[in-house]
Every structure is written in structure tokens, then in C-alpha cells.
Design a protein around this ligand. Structure first.
Ligand SMILES: NC(=O)C1=CN([C@@H]2O[C@H](COP(=O)(O)OP(=O)(O)OC[C@H]3O[C@@H](n4cnc5c(N)ncnc54)[C@H](O)[C@@H]3O)[C@@H](O)[C@H]2O)C=CC1
Ligand SMILES: O=C(O)[C@@H]1CCC=N1
Length: 259
């Protein structure tokens, strides 16, 4: 069991902490962290995480350090911690900061791994991508992989696919919430109460994803199984195609990769 320390405890770090604690794999008192924001600090405290007064203290008190600040500030945050990180393990969820970038930012004695989580890790249904190049010890890697598996599904990807992988599983929860909201709006417009509409939409998204994963069937086959000849679903499918649904999602992945 390793002590975990978080630098930055915003939305993504909070989701990871909740996922780890709820799974029972890691106890809250094995986790410490620092955030500049008082609100974030109070929320972490309420979760049972120990708040510390700066990054130096986090590194002193932890064995595996999670880097969880925004990409825009990560270099500024890491630079003054470079000395403290010597001989420690750093795991980073910062979008766009891969193995090669950390090799230039960290002392050679700092072991590191880049991963890309998503917020559903909070409820045990995360998708966590691990970059295949990393320098953790076997024990650290095994521990961290099992921690992620306790709260989601893990996929190891080569460095050059981490960006596109992150654009899908890291960003798409936002897109799926938009789908849920839009489906619910459609049903509310036709008279379904709002609360029922969200429940029906979310359970349908959950069930559809689960069925695709469990069956391994092509999504087109599963779609065809719902789509009776001259039935209701095909009329909805036509409306979605008229609205450019597929192109919209394809463009969303491209845009979220910064293209
Ligand atoms: N939100 C998401 O769904 C995902 C986020 N990520 C990555 O996670 C990282 C964090 O993103 P979010 O949690 O969404 O952002 P956020 O803005 O919610 O959290 C960042 C936190 O860092 C804190 N912070 C800023 N400077 C600091 C410093 N010097 N020391 C300590 N704390 C500091 C802020 O107060 C804030 O609470 C980003 O690099 C992002 O690319 C990756 C995958 C998914
Ligand atoms: O929007 C972002 O920058 C972060 C990275 C992946 C998901 N959220």
C-alpha cells in the first residue's frame, strides 16, 4: 500500500479520490493533497483526505504523487517541485503532457507515468488510459493499475494514441451528458416529467454501453436490432442523420484534439 498525494484537487482529482475511496481499495487517510482553492480543500477534507499546505509537503508525505492541475500551469507548478520529486513517483493526468514531456521536465531519478482518466471513475465506471512508456517500479505500476481497476476499466495505449484516446474517453462524458440532456428535452417537450426523462435517458445510455461491452457486437447490429421496418426508431434515426449526428461527433473528437 502506497501513500498517495495530490497536487490539485479539482474536478478530476476529486473524482479519482472518490472512486478509490468508494471502491475500498484505498482508505481516505492514505490520501493527502494540496489545492490553492479553499473550496476544493474543504471538499477534499469532507471526503476524509488530509489537506496539506503546499506541494512540497505533499511530496514529503506521499510516495506516489498525482499531478492534477490544468495543462496551462503544469510547468510552472512542477519547476519548483523538481528537487522534492527526486527519487519519487509522479503520475500525471494532465492532458497533452506525455512521457516525453515529463522526461524533459523532471530529474532522471523521478519515476513517472502519464494516464488519462474520466470523471465516471467517481462511481466505479471510469475509463483509464495508461501510456505504455513509463518508469514506475513494477510494484508501483501494479499498485496504481489495480487502484484504477478498482474504479473502472484500464487500457494501455502507445504514446501517440494517448491524445486521441483522451479526446474520446476523457472528454466524451461531457458529450454524453449533452446527449442525455437533449434526449430528455425531447421527451419533456412531448410531456414526460423532467425527472423521469433524465432517468430514462441515463439508464438507456448506461444499458446500451453495457450491452455493447458485454456482447462485443458491432454497434450497428445492436442498432439494427432496435430498428423495426417502418417502425418508430428508423424515423428517429433518419432525424438524427438529417441533423448530422455522426459528423457532429466526428468533428467533436477532432476539435477536442486541438485540430
Ligand atoms: N475534468 C476531466 O474530466 C478531466 C481532466 N483531466 C486533466 O486533469 C487536470 C485537472 O483538470 P480538472 O480537475 O478538470 O481541473 P480543475 O480546474 O477542476 O482542477 C484543477 C485544480 O488545480 C488547482 N491548482 C491550480 N494551481 C495549483 C497549484 N499551484 N497548486 C495546487 N493546486 C493548484 C486549482 O485550484 C483547481 O482546484 C487537467 O490537467 C486535465 O487535463 C484529464 C481527464 C479528464
Ligand atoms: O477539457 C479538458 O481539458 C479536460 C481534459 C480531458 C477532459 N477534460
Amino acid at each position: 500500500m502506497y501513500k498517495l498525494g495530490f497536487i490539485g484537487m479539482g474536478n478530476m482529482a476529486s473524482a479519482i479520490q472518490e472512486g478509490f475511496i468508494n471502491s475500498g481499495y484505498i482508505k481516505a487517510d492514505e490520501i493527502c493533497g494540496f489545492d490553492l482553492s479553499e473550496i476544493a480543500t474543504e471538499k477534499a477534507k469532507a471526503r476524509g483526505v488530509t489537506p496539506l499546505s503546499d506541494g512540497h509537503e505533499v511530496i514529503r508525505n506521499a510516495e506516489i504523487i498525482f499531478m492534477a492541475v490544468k495543462p496551462q500551469v503544469v510547468e510552472k507548478v512542477v519547476a519548483p517541485l523538481k528537487e522534492d520529486l527526486k527519487g519519487k513517483a509522479l503520475v500525471s493526468m494532465v492532458l497533452g503532457y506525455d512521457f516525453a514531456k515529463y522526461e524533459t521536465m523532471l530529474d532522471p531519478s523521478t519515476r513517472h507515468l502519464t494516464f488519462m482518466p474520466n470523471t465516471p471513475i467517481a462511481v466505479g465506471e471510469g475509463m483509464i488510459l495508461l501510456e505504455d512508456q513509463q518508469t514506475l517500479t513494477d510494484d508501483e505500476y501494479d499498485f496504481i493499475k489495480k487502484a484504477f481497476e478498482s474504479a473502472g476499466s484500464v487500457e494501455v495505449l502507445p504514446s501517440h494514441l494517448m491524445g486521441v484516446g483522451g479526446a474520446l474517453s476523457g472528454c466524451a462524458p461531457a458529450y454524453i451528458y449533452m446527449v442525455i440532456e437533449a434526449l430528455a428535452d425531447g421527451a419533456v417537450a412531448q410531456g414526460l416529467p423532467r425527472a423521469s426523462a433524465y432517468k430514462l435517458a441515463s439508464q438507456t445510455v448506461l444499458g446500451s454501453g453495457k450491452m455493447q461491452l458485454a456482447s462485443g457486437l458491432h454497434p450497428g447490429i445492436l442498432k439494427d436490432n432496435v430498428t423495426s421496418p417502418a417502425g418508430s426508431t428508423i424515423k428517429g434515426v433518419k432525424a438524427l442523420e438529417d441533423g448530422g449526428l455522426r459528423a457532429a461527433f466526428i468533428n467533436a473528437i477532432e476539435k477536442s484534439m486541438g485540430k
